[in-house]
Write a protein of this length. Sequence first.
Length: 151
Amino acid sequence: MKKLTAIINELEAKIPYSEKINTVISKSAVGWHIQHSLLVALQIIHAVEKSDPLDYRYKFNLRKTLVYTLNKIPRGKAKAPERVMPKEAFNTDDLMKDIRLLKSRIVVLNNLHKRSFFNHPYFGNLHLKDTIKILTLHTKHHIDIINDIIR
């Protein structure tokens, strides 16, 4: 959980660059990547919180194994579901508000059953420990893109 908290703090530190864009790296501005990361994290936390641990079923998934082994999400290989695509223009006040909301929501994960889960569109069911890992990897993936945009 410490890694996830640290990566959220790192994401927060990128908010001053939210208007920056570099179309060679990404067609989206830094703020879009921040907002997308926040949407993903908040929706995943909600899904895990609402899950029934008795419904969790493990199924081997090669994509998940590769990403978790490499500890990195490859760029440009997957398209985000529409529900986690930012729909509105972002502003720094809203990004800060959502960062504060996320920081208050991640503590929920500490109190959930270890078999609480969410169904990832590419990796299948992810129990709590794997959920925390994918939240960290996904946010780090977007921070890496943000850092490349800023450079």
